[in-house]
Design a binder for this molecule. Sequence first.
Ligand code: NOJ
Length: 751
Amino acid sequence: MKSTKIISLTVIIALLGSMLPTVRAIAPPPPKRFAQRQANIERRIDTLLARMTVEEKLGQLQQLDGDVDGSFRAEHPDLVRRGLLGSFLNVRGAKRVNELQRIAMTESRLKIPVLFGYDVIHGYRTIFPVPLGEASSWSPVDAERSAQIAAREASAAGVRWTFAPMVDIARDPRWGRIVEGAGEDPYFGSVMARARVRGFQGADYSDPTRVVACAKHFVAYGAAEAGRDYNTTDMSETTLREIYLPPFKAAVDAGVGTFMSAFNDLNGVPTSANPFTLTEVLRNEWKFDGLVVSDYESVKELMNHNLAADEREAARAAINAGVDIEMVSRLFNKHGAQLLRENKVSMGTLDEAVRRVLRIKFRLGLFDNPYVDESREAKEIMSAEHLRAAREVAARSLVLLKNERETLPLTKNLRSIAITGPLADDQKNLTGSWNADALNKTEGIVSVLAGIRAKTGAETKINYAKGCEITGDDTSGFAEAVRAAQNSDVAIVVVGESAEMSGEAASRSSLDLPGRQLDLIKAVQATGKPTVVVLMNGRPLTINWIAENSPAILETWFAGTEAGNAIADVLFGDVNPGGKLPVTFPRSVGQIPLYYNHKNTGRPPDAKNKYTSKYLDVDVTPLFPFGHGLSYTQFSLTNLQLSAQRIRPDGRIIASVEVENTGRRAGDEVVQLYIRDVAASVTRPVRELKGFERITLRPGEWRRVSFTLTPESLGFYDRQMRFRVEPGAFKVIVGTSSVGGLEAGFEVIQR
Ligand code: NOJ
């Protein structure tokens, strides 16, 4: 009986194979043709390198900035003509790009194409949810789909390089850039990193509808002390290897073409001049052969870091550590020749950097196909298909944090709905902190008010009143909002942060709702009308009063161009929400950093015992845990089975569980598998995510979901920094968030 079950499980695994993100092999093996092409590329690079002057070599390492509207600057054409400028950021638009490219391909001595890069983070003109929001879908398929569409639109405008995905792990919601990543967990972040790289690059980024991706910011940028952007990071090598490096490694395994070195220093060495991370780990251990671009002027900033006394030293430190392209500052260019003469940088180092840049240009097919088809822009950007995808992905990214007394979904034939809050009729904040070519544009962006109007019929009266602004103290609009609620069957209050309160240089010391928004919610709820709180924000917020007192809360992050339609789809039950939090919501800033995969300590929290690890003034638990999210239906998990009781350190084990939709609607559940290493030579987290799958079930339908645990899932870095699986007991916990779940155990035995 047992063995037939195991066989059938193995068959299920084999059948589901590539559909399951958690069991998918890390990267498909490169085809033979790929290897031949690479050899050919290296030969072409050799020929070029032999012909290049030092100035032309340094030119390939220079990246300059255009203007926010996508245009280039007066000096740029001539620099391209002279071979002194290898790549751009922000310059875009098919015509402009072709104009510069024509100069490179017809008027420069060596006819090396220029490369156009841009921050296409969650969409180019059709904007998808901010990355943290999209990660809340717990759906790598959706992440891949949105990145692919972003690549198609960007490439139609001549952009062939995106500075994404941002794969920084973030455990501190004060840090505004938490919005740009996939949250707090290294396993989850790795799955999302792979999906996003695949989405941007496809199997082969010489495809003119693809872009080369950039894993950033290498590395540990998310660990900025006190959550203050650009701040110092300091950590053990174990934490670096187990928490911050894995998504970068996953990006390498997925074939990412480029990396960006970060702004921060790490254990005393700035990451844009850090030979350990840029060369030892990235090149020597991981065998990455693509290029590294510095972050914006981070080479020049080596002087601010007090690592370099002058520009020359800064250039030398960065290039020798492994930075290939210098973004915006021009120190390689200015001082490179002299550094060579003084033997402070070797010709071998310079050639290697140039080789990496040329390699990516060849892999993009730019030498053979340098121009963009100018007819694509009009056809592809914001196409109906892209907008449909944006709506679907946005709806799948929403997280139902709370839903008492079935407040949601709303019925469509309500007589009246009050809609209030500063973000209810807003378009400009919906696209979040990186909005690429949608910057300052509102055409086509669907507000919540517009989405709800489109969803409801003429018989439903919409009573809209803004109530208040996001910030400030003005409560003069409350009375109208309260009247609107009094005159309506239900009230929807749309509140949160403005888009610019998260993202770069947008750290906050308070995680409360800004301004008087909480008071607005209280005033509306005091009418006694059922009230739904719709949140828009780029980070976890401390929303304790709402969590306790509001009957329904929908977390929507910044959901992009189609936000309003997607939110209406969920509010009215056309889409059953299935998103989950990729990050912990704390109760208080004082708890930070607060993350689910913490250590147990010698004195784990125990309410009955004073001398345990907790606070006097706040509960030690999160407000909403990692992995949390509700649905309009219910699911039950039963019958957790393991394929073995004992395995060897190099063995695998399959865990499976039955999931049933026990409610009345079709819906999605994200089944999450965690492990706990019960005793080990170094302390291990209380639980670690090692698998997840988002599944859809009809009412009454059930399915057995399986996960394979491999040595990669069970291992850790020991005291000698060796990654290994230690013998001993392990727990497997399968549930629907990082709290609770079904448990089983197995043992790893000595070989
Ligand atoms: C600085 C940011 O840190 C980085 O994420 C971005 O890609 C560059 N600027 C280019 O805009």
